[in-house]
Design a protein around this ligand. Sequence first.
Ligand code: GDP
Ligand code: MG
Length: 162
Amino acid sequence: PLPVLAVIGRPNVGKSTLVNRILGRREAVVEDVPGVTRDRVTYEADWAGRRFVLVDTGGWERDAKGLHLRVAEQAEIAIELADAVLFVVDATVGATDTDEAVVKVLRRSGKPVVLAANKVDDARTEADAAMLWSLGLGEPHPVSALHGRGSGDMLDAALAVL
Ligand code: GDP
Ligand code: MG
């Protein structure tokens, strides 16, 4: 069976855009309004001659439990089925309480994690990415899912732990 890389993170950080970037085609649904991606959608991908399964996650609703519990729950399920996790954070926003809730789940899982600092569209935003060292997940990999900037290095890092 192919190794599984799950893409997780709170709504609107650019997970589906990043999935499309990795696939090299537009299959994952991107929306300005959070909550369009179904809970989990699976794709077959390859990078540097290696095939793997890529799982896009989403579909969180703002129900009674509140957003960050829902995100953490969905992350838990995705992490369980994955061999490694690509954790996406919006570098232009910085770490939120919801991101911190996901970090707790990631820590408990013991699965290898690569931190993607997304929306680093230009060199000016690199400093925002560096702020994400504070999450304690190691090096934040600056990337622009929208423009492709940094996606090769980020993928190399993800494949190295997969
Ligand atoms: P998801 O909810 O995490 O799957 O996020 P989406 O992929 O649906 O993206 C949410 C919004 O962020 C959309 O408007 C995207 O165009 C935008 N977005 C995603 N990646 C980037 C990026 O690298 N830079 C910028 N500026 N916007 C991005
Ligand atoms: Mg999505």
